[in-house]
Design a protein around this ligand. Structure first.
Ligand code: GAR
Length: 221
């Protein structure tokens, strides 16, 4: 296996806590990647400041500077490809990406989404889970396909919805799991352990039902 750290580009839109979790996993758990750049579509995103403080290369490509989505996607692709990443991670990137972009990174574009996909694609997942009376909720990491928040699931983590939960308490419980499963999925990818067959993700060549539901380690926060 290739022992050099894998070049990765991370895309963000806002807070950057998942980015922070990846950086933490590099430092504390020797996640074998090098973050070549963190690119944000909002120049004021706190996550870009976090990246700069961590000594990472950052770039803002403001989607508001582009008249159409295809032009924005093209600029983003050019910026990403300059860094020749093996993997592109959408770590809280909230713009919809077009087919040309998604096809260009097929098999090496990963997204974290705050729901147990296929439930609750799109925005406001915690409010929608509460409104639906869900008793379980969670987060998913998946390869990006051509529908929003769609594509083969790599790993999911489930949390309970507790009596008295509001969107804040539920989001915090899910976010802690996001910070665990995103670095895990990146590790599996860069270690060459993931493949996709018939729209299903295999780990070490095997369908493993449990990889789709990695239970929370302890308690419920
Ligand atoms: C995270 O909860 C992530 O799952 C979600 O945005 C948040 C970003 O937080 N992504 C999506 O909803 C994608 N559809 P962060 O900036 O603190 O990592």
């Amino acid at each position: 296996m290739n022992s050099a750290p894998a070049p990765v580009v991370i895309l963000i839109s806002g807070r950057g806590s998942n980015l922070q979790a990846i950086v933490q996993a590099m430092r504390a758990d020797r996640l074998p990647i090098v973050i070549r750049a963190v690119i944000g579509n909002n120049p004021a995103a706190p996550g870009l400041a976090i990246a700069r403080a961590a000594g990472l290369v950052t770039q803002a490509i403001d989607h508001r500077d582009f008249t159409d989505r295809a032009a924005f996607d093209r600029a983003l692709m050019e910026a990403i490809d300059r860094h020749e990443p093996r993997l592109v991670v959408l770590a809280g990137f909230l713009r919809i990406l077009g087919k040309a972009f998604i096809d260009h990174y097929a098999g090496r574009l990963m997204n974290i989404h705050p729901s147990l996909l296929p439930a609750f694609k799109g925005l406001d997942t915690h409010a929608r889970a509460l409104a639906a009376g869900a008793t379980r909720h969670g987060a998913s990491v998946h390869f990006v396909g051509n529908d929003v928040d769609g594509g083969p699931v790599i790993v999911q983590a489930e949390v309970p919805v507790l009596p008295g939960d509001d969107t804040g308490t539920l989001a915090a419980r899910v976010l802690a799991e996001e910070h665990r499963i995103l670095p895990l999925a990146i590790r599996w990818f860069v270690e060459g352990r993931l493949s996709v067959r018939n729209g299903q993700v295999l780990l070490d060549g095997q369908v493993r039902p449990e990889q789709h539901l990695v239970a929370a380690p302890t308690g419920t926060h």
